[in-house]
Design a protein around this ligand. Structure first.
Ligand code: MCA
Ligand code: AMP
Length: 482
């Protein structure tokens, strides 16, 4: 398989590929830096990347992909327990990190290669790889247990990015702006590898802010990617920030994904800017499945039509496909195509359960289809998966972390609606000592330090007992009704 990034050798080398704040790298510079790093890591099976929102992360991932080495992006805010799990599961040979970064144990114990953004101008010879070879291992939460490593092959990345190029008329002339984290598919695959595959450029904000969006769209960026929380914050800021409305009005494409964009935010942005946000629907395991097309109708509450090459069907509980396009009959979304992952690392059981006999992936998302084929997502099968700020978080992993606190006897975790985050994590706790329960901030810190800050409960509610059914199973629906 040829390079994922033809522009590394084709483009005029002085064209800017990446910009993070004041630091930027041209295609020539990126080819040199990634080539030099690629030579040092070639032959490794997998490498971990300390995925800070910085130039070095992009260089490290491009170097790994060009060298035919799978990259495992690590959330630099992950806590010890989560990092331990990811390292023992993925067993990376090396850690790639920016000079000066000081990852904690157990990451600090890995043999380390510093990522330099300068390098020899001689590109390394192309690695001999096929489309089925793993490109990335991205960790994603399930309902129970620790996160699973989704093995994403090279053809899924090229397949999804080229399908998006078709749907969005995305070219090398586009300049993308975003402030997404670089350890998930949205920010890394779409937000960094996407522009590089097109030969265009990306300006990363380091950290999302409406001021950053105004500045970059005002200075010629053409596309914005974000999760609904970011668009909610934009919608909130618009009345106070007329320059933000003007900048959004100039953009070619505003794209939202990772969770549902509330219709209210969609309409507020449309009213203030004259531009409609388009939604696309994807998943770590499937990359992108559907999108509103650039030449299509951006209808609030819908995620558009299947991307080229993606087969999508809705399936009833008993496995019968939903034939109607009536906007009413709900079924689970199942997908098949070159965009799919190959399986969960070290988890043949989970991989087998995720696919049907005819090779469709069971997404767990529930949807209807409208008469013109537009997909409208209406819910999720698993109540134990929470989407907060666009991050998928399993209730089980937070419950397990809470139970490790000496002051917690029993714990249940649910999600409840939140205007900013979509859903907020709520911990229901039966304390060991009802007279002296651990405080909410203490429990939030406890979870943040073990797992990651975005997995911390935002609300803690104390109970004497958890509601359980005759089998002893916690009745979460009864909790949510309170
Ligand atoms: C707060 N912080 C703490 C604690 N509390 N740190 C340690 N202990 C604590 N108790 C820190 C946080 O680390 C963070 O640090 C800061 O305080 C604010 O945290 P938080 O309130 O959680 O952040 P936020 O401002 O609410 O973040 C909103 C956000 C974020 C920016 C929208 O949720 C986000 O980046 N979401 C993107 C998720 C995403 O990319 N999902 C894609 C996966 P500091 O100040 O240093 O930051 S889905 C996917 O990939 C599929 C394929 C798809 O379809 O896209
Ligand atoms: P993740 O597993 O973190 O990659 O998140 C994937 C999940 O995010 C999907 O299964 C959906 O539930 C949700 N999702 C992604 N994009 C959208 C969207 N545009 N609208 C609604 N839900 C979405």
């Amino acid at each position: 398989m040829s390079s994922l990034f033809p522009a590394l050798s084709d483009e005029p080398s002085e064209r800017v590929a990446l910009r993070f704040g004041e630091r930027s790298l041209t295609y020539g510079g990126l080819a040199a830096a990634a080539g030099a790093l690629g030579k040092r890591i070639r032959g490794a099976d997998r490498v971990a990347v300390w995925a800070t929102p910085a130039l070095e992360t992009a260089v490290a991932v491009v170097a790994a992909l060009e060298a035919g080495v799978a990259a495992v992006p690590l959330n630099p805010k992950s806590g010890g327990k989560e990092l331990e799990h990811i390292l023992s599961d993925s067993r990376p040979a090396l850690l790639l990190a920016a000079p000066g970064d000081e990852p904690p144990a157990p990451v600090s114990g890995l043999p380390r290669v510093d990522v330099e953004v300068i390098g020899s101008a001689v590109p390394a010879p192309a690695a001999s790889v096929t489309g089925e070879d793993p490109a990335l291992v991205v960790y994603t939460s399930g309902t129970t247990g620790p996160p699973k490593g989704a093995v994403i092959p090279r053809r899924a990345i090229t397949g999804t990015l080229d399908a998006l190029a078709d749907a969005w008329q995305w070219t090398g002339d586009d300049v993308l702006v975003h402030g997404l984290p670089l350890f998930h598919v949205h920010g890394l695959v779409l937000g960094i590898l996407g522009p590089l595959r097109r030969g265009g450029s990306v300006r990363h904000l380091g950290r999302f802010s409406t001021e950053g969006v105004t500045r970059e769209l005002g200075a010629g960026a053409t596309m914005l990617f974000g999760v609904p929380t970011m668009y909610h914050r934009i919608a909130q800021a618009l009345p106070e920030e007329p320059e933000l409305a003007a900048a959004l009005g100039r953009a070619r494409l505003l794209v939202s994904g990772s969770a549902a964009l509330p219709v209210h935010d969609h309409e507020r942005i449309a009213a203030a800017t004259g531009r409609r946000v388009i939604e696309r629907y994807g998943m770590t395991e499937t990359l992108m499945n559907t999108s509103v097309r650039a030449d299509g109708e951006p209808r609030a509450g819908t995620v558009g039509v299947p991307l080229p090459g993606v087969e999508l069907r809705l399936v009833e509980e008993d496995g019968t496909p939903v034939a109607s396009y009536d906007g009413e009959t709900v079924g689970e979304i199942q997908v098949r195509g070159p965009n799919l992952f190959t399986g969960y690392l070290n988890r043949p059981d989970a991989t087998e359960a995720a696919f049907t006999a005819d090779g469709f992936f069971r997404t767990g998302d529930m949807a209807v289809r409208e008469s013109d084929g537009y997909v409208r997502i209406v819910g999720r099968k698993a109540t134990d998966l929470i989407k907060s700020g666009g991050y998928k978080i399993g209730a089980g992993e937070i419950e397990n972390a809470l139970l490790e606190h000496p002051g917690v006897r029993e714990a249940a975790v649910t999600g409840e609606p939140d205007a900013d985050l979509g859903e907020r994590i709520v911990a229901w706790v039966v304390p060991e000592d009802a007279e002296a329960p651990p405080g909410a901030a203490e429990l939030a810190d406890h979870v943040a330090a073990r797992l990651a800050p975005h997995k911390r409960p935002r609300v803690v509610r104390y109970l004497d007992t958890l509601p359980r059914n005759d089998m002893g199973k916690i009745m979460k629906r009864a909790l949510n009704r309170d």
